[in-house]
Ligand binder design. Sequence first.
Ligand SMILES: Cc1cc2nc3c(=O)[nH]c(=O)nc-3n(C[C@H](O)[C@H](O)[C@H](O)COP(=O)(O)O)c2cc1C
Ligand SMILES: Nc1ncnc2c1ncn2[C@@H]1O[C@H](COP(=O)(O)OP(=O)(O)OP(=O)(O)O)[C@@H](O)[C@H]1O
Length: 155
Amino acid sequence: MSGDEDRDGGPAYGRVVAQGTFDILHPGHVHYLHEAKSMGEELHVILARAANVTHKEPPVLSDEQRREMVAALDPVDEAHLGHLEDFFVPIERIDPDCIVLGHDQYHDEEDVAGALAARGLECDVRRASPRETVRDDELLSTGRIVDRICETRCP
Ligand SMILES: Cc1cc2nc3c(=O)[nH]c(=O)nc-3n(C[C@H](O)[C@H](O)[C@H](O)COP(=O)(O)O)c2cc1C
Ligand SMILES: Nc1ncnc2c1ncn2[C@@H]1O[C@H](COP(=O)(O)OP(=O)(O)OP(=O)(O)O)[C@@H](O)[C@H]1O
């Protein structure tokens, strides 16, 4: 039995949560969301509010446009806008069995698990893998796509 499967070969969890900014979509996002979905029966995605994206350049696209695009992706069952002040409000509403952190997200697995336990939420925390580069010319980062646009369209 692998870590992502139950005894009968089905997914290990019921509801799974993935989260992030998802500004300009690329295959790295698709890889993350497929991996998160493979762990559960239902995938919920929480989109970071632009006001909370302070660790890098703010998103170009609006909160609702980012949510609508993620909701349209095949592995995603529901996409939710995050809360402005309290990250655990959407988690309490969704009540997931597992939260899957992105491979490069700054959140510490043990800190998130501790915060969940402190709120009385029973939920595993897992870390996803990075997408392997398949083609030399692919851009697997929103920041790098924006840089490429600036270099090629705004000389
Ligand atoms: C469990 C969890 C819940 C989160 N909930 C919210 C939320 O409700 N609102 C929000 O603005 N950001 C929330 N975030 C933060 C972002 O979704 C994201 O992790 C953070 O901005 C890093 O984004 P990046 O990976 O796109 O750089 C949450 C993060 C975690 C780990
Ligand atoms: N190349 C990738 N492989 C696997 N997962 C990825 C990849 N790029 C992003 N993700 C995951 O997708 C989620 C949303 O990522 P985010 O919106 O920060 O995209 P990003 O391309 O990393 O952005 P930026 O370039 O601005 O840092 C995060 O959980 C992140 O770990």
